[in-house]
Design a protein around this ligand. Structure first.
Ligand SMILES: *Cc1c(COP(=O)(O)O)cnc(C)c1O
Length: 433
């Protein structure tokens, strides 16, 4: 089991995060509760900013907000000097309402709607990442109608087989994202941009997958992309000003994960770019990366109250908690593994193997399979670690369960950043007929 950031056991034998006793947090804010370690997020932002940098090379770190987004994190990300990725109108709306600088917002998506594009154009966001040629046509048309101009990147798919779960692989040749770099009429596509009066193509974007542990995949991505930049220069006469390499940096969830050495990997990426461009004879474009998970995953902990335990006839020992796949669908969705502790029994020995199940009406509603814990009793507080990414952002109201509150903790202070949903919230849009 690994602790991250400001996590530790305090003198009461309780789990402490951001200087706050987690058991006290549950008394104040209820359960389930998402607890976010502000210092760790800031530290991660700085790791990216400081290491993905080299004199003479223009770099930018963009937080992929789909991993976790609310108003509070927009402020924090902005304070740390990162830019922001959004993939929908809702994410864009959140960023704009948080007064995130529009020029530092990038918008992705393989099927942005007309309304989403209009919202982005009117807000004057920094870049739209165009997914395909049809979208370019729509964007051109909308800009004409609104009498606006926009700078864009084109998402391309470099066909790299990053070893990760199929659902989070994004760049195989049949991926739904982007245009393949192998497509033969790439020059005709680029000339469409060239002829556009409204849409300016600054360069390219790729994203090879998520939760990637092999540094080689990133280096391979760089090589393939730089060769592509050379090809479009030679064949199409297109000079690339910006290259966005996406995110996907893997993090530790459980003993099965051996994350990359981030500092080294980021530095080596830049070095490789420098060497390769020199070798090929390319000008070094501005380079961007878009980490999501690696900024936020380890900074999140979910606290639950144990409702009871059950030893089945078949011999499985369940712990039932007051949340589940509604606040963390990742285990059910793709077999994600997590570590967990009993937050009020940190100084007790593990003596039993349990399976942690939620309260939803689905047998697949499991949070952690086969985990060693001390003896668990009703009213214990169970903490699942590293739930910062793709938990709150993927939460649902299945079974009409209200979504948990989110608190940011730092230096012994807890700030509520999202209120717990109420039953009234759940009924808000229901109409009686
Ligand atoms: C999801 C996504 C990211 C972030 O991925 P992580 O694995 O969370 O780092 C970055 N860029 C794009 C385009 C994405 O879709």
């Amino acid at each position: 089991m690994r602790f991250f950031g400001t996590m530790k056991m305090n003198n009461n034998g309780n789990l402490q995060i951001g200087g706050c006793d987690s058991v006290k947090l549950t008394k104040e804010f209820g359960t389930p509760l998402y607890v976010v370690d502000e210092d760790l997020i800031r530290g991660n932002c700085r790791t990216f900013k400081n290491n993905f940098a080299m004199e003479g090379i223009d770099t930018e770190v963009i937080y992929a907000s789909k991993a976790f987004l609310n108003l509070a994190i927009c402020k924090l990300i902005s304070e740390e000097g990162l830019s922001l990725d959004v993939v929908s109108g809702g994410e864009l709306y959140t960023a704009l309402r948080a007064e995130f600088p529009a020029q530092k917002i990038y918008m992705h998506g393989n099927n942005k709607t007309r309304d989403e594009l209009i919202m982005a154009i009117e807000a004057g966001i920094g870049r739209i990442v165009v997914d395909n040629r049809q979208e370019l046509e729509l964007l051109e048309y909308l800009c004409e109608e609104l009498d606006k101009k926009i700078d864009v990147l084109l998402r391309v798919n470099p066909g790299i087989d990053a070893h990760t779960h199929e659902y989070i692989q994004t760049s195989k040749n049949d991926s739904k994202f982007g245009e393949s770099i192998f497509c033969e009429d790439i020059c005709s596509l680029l000339s469409k941009f060239k002829n556009s009066r409204r849409v300016t193509l600054k360069g390219f974007h790729c994203h090879i997958g998520s939760q990637i542990f092999e540094e080689q995949s990133f280096y391979q991505g760089i090589s393939v992309m730089l060769q592509f930049l050379d090809r479009v220069r030679v064949e199409c006469g297109f000079i690339t000003e910006e290259l966005n390499l996406g995110g996907g940096f893997g993090v530790y969830y459980s003993k099965e994960d051996t994350p990359i050495n981030l500092e080294k990997c980021l530095k080596d990426m830049i070095l490789l770019i420098k060497e390769k461009t020199m070798h090929i004879g390319l000008n070094v474009p501005k380079i961007m990366i878009e980490p999501g998970r690696a900024i936020i995953a380890n900074a999140g902990t979910t606290l639950y109250e144990v409702g009871g335990t059950k030893l089945t006839y078949g011999g499985k020992h369940f712990i039932f908690v007051d949340g589940g796949m509604t606040d963390n669908p990742r285990t059910a969705l793709y077999g994600a593994k997590y570590e967990a502790v009993i937050a009020n029994k940190m100084n007790l020995e593990n003596i039993e193997t349990y399976t942690i199940a939620g309260k939803c009406c689905e047998s697949g509603d499991v949070l952690v399979k086969d985990i060693e814990l001390p003896e668990v009793e009703r009213k214990d507080i169970l903490a699942v670690l590293s739930t910062g990414a793709y938990n709150y952002s993927m939460a649902s109201n299945y079974n009409r369960i209200p979504r948990p509150a989110v608190v940011f903790v730092k230096d012994g202070n807890a700030k509520l950043t999202v209120k717990r949903e109420t039953y009234e919230d759940i009924l808000r849009n229901d109409l009686l007929i």
